[in-house]
Design a protein around this ligand. Structure first.
Ligand code: URA
Length: 237
């Protein structure tokens, strides 16, 4: 990516690329600006049926799912959006109010920042696939309960199998915990390469864009995570 474009994207993410008083030199061409930005009855719906579904069956099953109590309060379930043979699979937590209304993940403020984060590493939203650990909105935007994540787990597993992504970028604590089956903090999980279940598909963890909106000082770390994800992706083929 051209250097000046990268700066535009970093600035769109809200990452300052210069210091007002002590301006460090910008990196030479070809050198990544890391230092400047540094500082997830009927046979229909059973687990074995889900594992064999095609995209249209899977989406229809998710949209009519009643496996957990979240279905009673949703406007609609939100299966996911994007390229079905994407190299990049982005996994968040659960739909919020905007997503519940529109039926698409990451369309609110956090979604706009996610789009900027993706653009910063040269990815358009339509080139990746975006989904959540849980496909229905938890009321009041509370954390999804373990049984709600468990009810959705096979939907996600089937999505991963259909897409066969080259990398999974997990944004936020809920995605990280459910994908990696850990309860470590995101701060301890970022900066490393993990694998999804028994697939060998690499997983990189970063902060949730909603957290970055509340804590913009952490965007520099998120930028490093994106660069790591890009490197892991480039190494995977
Ligand atoms: N936050 C998420 O984790 N997912 C969405 O789809 C929207 C906000």
């Amino acid at each position: 990516m051209e250097q000046h474009k990268r700066y535009q994207y970093l600035e769109a993410m809200g990452i300052q690329t210069w210091q007002p008083r002590q301006a460090p030199p910008r990196p030479a061409a070809g050198q990544a600006p890391v230092m400047e930005a540094a500082a997830s009855g009927s046979p229909r719906g059973t687990d074995s049926a889900i594992a064999a579904m095609d995209w249209s069956e899977l989406e229809a099953t998710i949209k009519s799912c009643t496996r957990c109590a979240l279905h009673t309060q949703r406007t609609q379930a939100v299966p996911g959006v994007g390229h079905r043979q994407a190299d990049w699979l982005i996994i968040g937590e659960a739909p919020g109010a905007d997503e519940d209304k529109q039926g698409e993940p990451f369309v609110g403020r956090a979604g706009k920042l996610l789009d900027q984060m993706l653009l910063a590493i040269g990815l358009k939203r339509e080139e990746v696939y975006i989904t959540n650990i849980v496909k229905c909105r938890p009321p009041g935007n509370r954390d999804p309960k373990p049984e709600e994540a468990a009810a959705c787990e096979n939907y996600l597993r089937r999505q991963v199998n259909l897409i066969q992504p080259k990398i999974i970028l997990a944004v936020g604590r809920i995605a990280a915990h459910n994908l990696l089956k850990t309860d470590q903090r995101v701060g301890a999980l970022r900066g490393k390469r993990f694998e999804y279940a028994d697939t060998g598909i690499p997983v990189v963890i970063t902060y949730h864009p909603a957290y970055l909106l509340r804590s913009p000082g952490e965007k520099r770390k998120a930028w490093q995570d994106l660069l790591l994800a890009r490197r892991v992706m480039d190494d995977s083929h």
